[in-house]
Design a protein around this ligand. Sequence first.
Ligand code: PLP
Length: 395
Amino acid sequence: MAGRHFLFVPGPTNVPDRVQRAMLVAMEDHRSSKFPELTLPLFEDLKKVFKSTDGQVFIFPSSGTGAWEASLSNTLSPGDKVLASRFGQFSHLWIDLAQRLGLDVQVLEEEWGTGVKPDKIEAILRDDKSHQIKAVLAVHNETATGVTSDIGAVRKAIDAAGHPALLYVDGVSSIGSLDFRADEWRVDLAVAGSQKGLMLPAGLGIVCVSPRALAASKTAGLKRVYFDFADQIKANATGYFPYTPPLPLLYGLRESLRILFEEKLEHVYERHHVLAGGVRAAVKAWGLHPCAKESKWDSDTVTAIVVPQGINGADVIDAAYRRYNLSLGAGLSQVAGKVFRIGHLGDLNDLMVLGAIAGAEMAMRDVGIDITLGSGVGAAQTHFRSTVLAKEKKP
Ligand code: PLP
């Protein structure tokens, strides 16, 4: 089909042209004396995205799942008890990974469409007088349902219980798009991936590790080889990787960080909030509902839209893809067929999002959903215009 494909899955996201060009590099010697000039600033600049000053960032040639595994296997021992909330496919998969590593996971089941409940975490930690729970796992942004949890409140809950558990946060679909504060929330292990807010292809799993977590890694008993922090610590110090790094991705990361800093992170978060507001206005105008049960759970990076009874969300996605050159996100696991998702993160602007909303409207009508064509587009236009005009009025 002519024209650009409209990629609106919640990762991988659009790779900006500047980043694409930056990745077109000849291979080079990753042991050269010059190589650290590329890598050392990457570690430091990534810390700015995590909002960490005293942590250390490790970059693994892996997807986000590898970074999940790295965070757990480096800091915990076989049979260690960890507390994790499950409310979507990604919180489920992290729990599954923890169990397969041999950890004893206490699962807090939450309704899908809601998120982490800090009060429940506090109560459980208060009861754990002998401090058997070594870790609290929280998914900041559940990509499957479009739910964002309050990580600052989770930190407060742990502190209120006076509990020493380490805090692990999955920020794969939030870091680089939503406000994330590793230092302020004292996140011990923050996990990110390259293919969402960082606007790169998949292939880099990134972890920001607090000094407490680094200390825990010295005595943690789980086996790790490829993901060993000890090897990465040397990489951080020298700028060389323990194995062959994916050079184009590192050059791409250099450029994507430059783009984020040029826009300024606070503006990036604000832009995502506005784009998400447009999508939410469209959903309301369609007379449909997001999967997020209350507005306090709304995610600014992805919206899962519940399709009416008798309609298969997969048909909406297929019509959008085949007829209108638009990729929407699928419903996963418990919500398979029940929702379709619009990813609104990364290198996007108002008009691109309007295109996705327009395409979703046509696809929904094609499969028999009774919405008025243009209603969502109109609502989103109103939202975007009022935001732009309000900003212009500000002194
Ligand atoms: N965590 C979240 C919140 C995700 O959205 C994803 C992927 O979409 C992952 C973890 C897993 O990352 P990856 O697919 O890069 O392994």
